[in-house]
Every structure is written in C-alpha cells, then in structure tokens.
Design a protein around this ligand. Structure first.
Ligand SMILES: *[C@@H]1O[C@H](CO)[C@@H](O)[C@H](O)[C@H]1NC(C)=O
Ligand SMILES: *[C@@H]1O[C@H](CO)[C@@H](O)[C@H](O)[C@H]1NC(C)=O
Ligand SMILES: *[C@@H]1O[C@H](CO)[C@@H](O)[C@H](O)[C@H]1NC(C)=O
Ligand SMILES: *[C@@H]1O[C@H](CO)[C@@H](O)[C@H](O)[C@H]1NC(C)=O
Ligand SMILES: *[C@@H]1O[C@H](CO)[C@@H](O)[C@H](O)[C@H]1NC(C)=O
Length: 342
C-alpha cells in the first residue's frame, strides 16, 4: 500500500468513525466515556389551573409518583431554562394569564397547551394557532393524554372485589348543573316517566356529602353516568368515580360506544344509544336488575382490573416527563382550533 493510499484510507476511517460517532452522539475524543447521567427535565407551569396552587417543594414527581428526573416549577423567572412550559387554557381564555410572547423563546423549549374541557368549553382557539408545540388533554390524539381515569391490571389473586349490596333503588343520578337544553336532561326526563330515579346533588337540593356520595350510589343497581358535553373521548369522573368506584353499573350518555370500548372495560356499561327508545332502555334495566347472574357479568372486569383516577395536577404534569422522549421533536400546532374541534 502506498503511503498516499494508507493516508487516504485512514482519513476515510477517521471520517466515518467521527460521522458514526456524531450520528450516534457518541463522544469522539473521550477515551473512557462515563455513562451519561440522565438530564433532569424542567417543566414550568405558567399559572395554576383555576388559580388553585399546590406545593412543588422537593422532587415531587420522584417522591410522590415514582417519576425521576422531572422537576416541576411554577416560578416564571425560570422561563429561559424550562424544557416545557405548560399553559392551562382556562386562564388564557379568561385573561387571568397570557402567553409570554415578549420573552425570547429558547429554540428547544416546547410550549404545551393543557385543557381537560370538552371543545364546547374551550371557545375559539384561532388566536393560539402556531403557538404551541404539544397538547395535553383527555383525548387519545393529544401528545400527552391525561384521561380522568384508567384501568390498571390487578392479579386475580389479589382481586377481592365485592359488588355493594343493592337495596330497592334501581337507578340514581347526581346532578348539580342542570340545564334543560343538555341532551342528558332530555333523556332523564323521558326515563323518569318509565322508572323511578333517585336524584341527588345541588339541582334537586339533595346534596350528598363527600362521605355519603359513593355509598348512596352503590346502593342502587345503576347510575346515570351522563356527560354534560358530548364529545369524542370525553369520559369524566361521572363514570370513573360515581359509577365504577361506587359499584353501580353505569348507563352512559357521551361519546360513541367505540370510544367507551376503547377506554373502559367493554362489558361494564350500558350505552343509551344501544336502545331505540328510553322505553326500551327502561324495560332492559328493570329486567337486568332482577337477573342476578347477568347483572354480575357487568362486574367481571373487576377480577383482573382496578381503576386509577387522576385528580392531582402535579401527577398530570409529571406525566409529561414520562412521554417526553417519545413525543415529536419538532412540532407546531398551526391550527389548534381545527385540531381541537376535529
Ligand atoms: C436532578 O434533580 C435532582 C433533584 O433535585 C438532583 O438531586 C440531581 O442532582 C439532578 N440531576 C442532574 C443530572 O442535574
Ligand atoms: C424564582 O426564581 C428566581 C431565579 O432563580 C429566584 O431568584 C426567586 O427567588 C424564585 N422565586 C420564588 C418565589 O421561589
Ligand atoms: C375565531 O376567531 C378568528 C379570529 O380570531 C375568526 O376569524 C373566526 O371567525 C372565529 N371563529 C368563530 C367560529 O367564531
Ligand atoms: C331497534 O330497532 C331495530 C330496527 O327496528 C331492531 O332491529 C333492533 O333490534 C332494535 N333494538 C333493540 C335494542 O330493541
Ligand atoms: C415550537 O413552536 C414554535 C412556535 O410555533 C416554533 O417556532 C418552534 O420551532 C417549535 N419548536 C419545536 C422544537 O418544534
């Protein structure tokens, strides 16, 4: 081999090694690379949802939720160093807070739009087109999905679920915000002509205390888990808490049966749209309540699953870090309004 040739070959080798190293992000010159300590992600909450703040002292994500490397802050002066800045929509909409458009935005920083409200409550989002990189909502298509609740597997051995003892109560409903124009109010008005419905809450002036809510519902065979807004994937604590946690079979009014089946145990609920009329639904409920064996099949999922509800904003925020590395590196919601309504 000529000197020239070998020089050429070494140059090629060196080039390809450095290219490989660069490409794989391997250190080129350090001889004994230390295993990289994973960098902490810094999540800045620009304002607290609904003005209610929680303590972020200590490493909350790690201590409370077992999610390490995820530092939450609500100190807006940390803006230049935040990996993700979270904006809860309600405060932007009401003008209690606003986007820091006057500040230089670091190139790698992501702005995240957060809302747990259905589209009808978010208003016109056109003014936020082109501002956000990521979204966090209960929708499956959000970058970070934060449902109101989810299923968690339990081992059959440890499952010892008992269906609460049923009394004479057939159906109950808890309602505070009653509006005659809600679809759920129309279904309720039709249904109550067929079967007795035990109604609680602020609207009928029969509020239940925190402690008596679930036992009262659990005493009944069925619970009307009727959402006040009908929108894809919008399944709230009305199902997860009021029905499942109380131990009543939910009669659901909300998104399509497909959405429910994707998000909750398929055989665990009765969908209003499965019936041609509320008369048919009423007949079905009366029959099912007297057929113990069939009624119990609605609880079969309890042998393998429990439920987990999300209620603390801190836990939701910590979950950004869990998703962070699989989220699209470069993304802009050029039309947030259309996305949110699709
Ligand atoms: C990450 O944050 C934790 C808790 O504040 C701290 O103990 C640790 O040193 C930080 N790690 C890095 C790589 O900065
Ligand atoms: C917010 O961060 C700044 C800069 O690190 C610091 O000077 C300030 O004391 C912090 N404010 C609060 C309320 O912790
Ligand atoms: C939403 O706001 C934009 C401008 O901010 C306006 O052009 C559009 O017509 C509005 N959409 C609706 C449905 O009101
Ligand atoms: C609803 O009506 C259709 C057509 O009339 C019928 O095939 C179907 O069985 C009915 N559904 C129920 C649940 O009765
Ligand atoms: C985030 O969104 C902003 C505003 O549209 C954009 O300028 C920036 O390039 C985006 N960043 C990434 C990493 O996608």
């Amino acid at each position: 081999m000529t000197t020239n040739m070998s020089l050429f070959l070494s140059a090629i080798t060196l080039l390809s090694v450095s290219f490989y190293a660069l490409h794989r992000k391997l250190p080129v010159l350090t001889r004994t690379p230390r295993p990289a300590e994973p960098r902490n992600l810094s999540i800045l909450l620009w304002h607290w949802p609904f003005g209610v703040s929680y303590s972020l002292a200590g490493d909350v994500c790690s201590i409370e939720y077992g999610i390490p490397g995820c530092l939450l802050s609500d100190n807006t002066s940390l803006f230049p160093h935040a990996d993700v800045v979270v904006f809860h929509h309600h405060e932007l909409r009401t003008g209690r807070s606003s986007l820091p458009l006057h500040l230089p935005r670091p190139a790698t920083q992501r702005w995240l739009w957060l809302s747990l409200e259905p589209p009808a409550n978010n208003g016109n989002l056109s003014r936020y087109n082109g501002m956000f990189n990521w979204t966090m909502t209960y929708w499956r298509r959000a970058d970070v999905q934060i449902p109101y609740g989810k299923l968690v597997p339990v081992s059959p051995k440890s499952s010892n679920y008992l269906i609460p003892k049923k009394g004479s109560c057939l159906v109950s409903w808890v309602v505070s915000n009653y509006r005659p124009d809600h679809r759920r109010s129309q279904v309720y008005q039709d249904l109550r002509k067929q079967i007795p419905i035990q109604v609680y809450g602020r609207w009928p002036r029969r509020p239940l205390s925190e402690r008596s809510l679930l036992p009262a519902i659990g005493h009944c065979h069925f619970y009307l888990a009727f959402e006040n807004s009908i929108a894809p994937d919008y399944i709230t604590e009305k199902l997860w808490r009021n029905a499942y946690e109380a131990g009543a079979v939910p009669v659901v009014l909300g998104p399509s049966r497909d959405d429910y089946e994707a998000l909750v145990p398929p055989g665990s609920f009765i969908h209003v749209s499965d019936f041609n009329s509320t008369e048919e639904l009423a007949v079905f409920l009366k029959l099912l309540a007297t057929d113990r064996r069939r009624y119990e099949t609605y609880f079969k999922w309890r042998q393998t699953h429990g439920i987990k509800r999300y209620t603390d904003w801190r836990e939701r925020l910590c979950n950004i870090c869990v998703s962070y590395h699989r989220l699209p590196a470069v993304k802009v919601y050029y039309n947030l309004d259309a996305w949110a309504k699709s």
